[in-house]
Design a binder for this molecule. Structure first.
Ligand SMILES: Nc1ncnc2c1ncn2[C@@H]1O[C@H](COP(=O)(O)OP(=O)(O)OP(=O)(O)O)[C@@H](O)[C@H]1O
Ligand SMILES: [Mg+2]
Length: 142
């Protein structure tokens, strides 16, 4: 099944100015493609959380979105430092965010929990020093 790339964007570490742009861009692209509001909303939540995790927790990375007739594929890849314990990272309320970040309103430890909740499929590869690679599938027909 052929997939078409509809977004590829760099995400800079600690860039709170542009942080959120990729998910917002993708939202507009999906709307233009006629994707249903419900799917657009789900996708926006997933991409925003993953994008902000790259801004907050990583050295920087990129997001890529592909679409086919029946699904969306979102890939978020960063250059490290990676996640030591994935089970912990997916636990509600777990966060390593600093006080400074918490003051900005992040760090509830709910991002990945929500990504998992809204994704139809999720695959995370990460280890310390290796960077984090997330692949999410969102079905278009649900
Ligand atoms: N791309 C990443 N690189 C390194 N560590 C990450 C990355 N994404 C998540 N983590 C780790 O997993 C933890 C949980 O992530 P999650 O998104 O659930 O919560 P949070 O970002 O800390 O807070 P919230 O998303 O609620 O603002 C983070 O605190 C961080 O330790
Ligand atoms: Mg987060």
């Amino acid at each position: 099944m052929r997939k078409q790339q509809i977004l590829n964007k760099e995400i800079e570490s600690f860039d709170f100015q542009s942080g959120g742009e990729a998910s917002s861009n993708l939202k507009n692209i999906l709307r233009k493609l006629g994707v249903s509001a419900q799917i657009v909303r789900k996708t926006a939540i997933v991409t925003y959380e993953l994008e902000m995790n790259v801004v907050i927790h990583s050295l920087g990375g990129e997001i890529t979105a592909l679409i086919s007739e029946d699904e969306l594929e979102i890939r978020v890849d960063d250059d490290g430092p990676g996640i030591a314990d994935l089970d912990k990272a997916f636990t509600a309320g777990y966060s390593t965010a600093s006080d400074e970040i918490r003051e900005m309103g992040f760090g509830a430890g709910m991002g990945l929990v929500n990504v998992k909740r809204y994704a139809d499929q999720i695959d995370v590869k990460s280890s310390l020093g290796e960077g984090t690679h997330v692949k999410v599938i969102i079905k278009l027909s649900s």
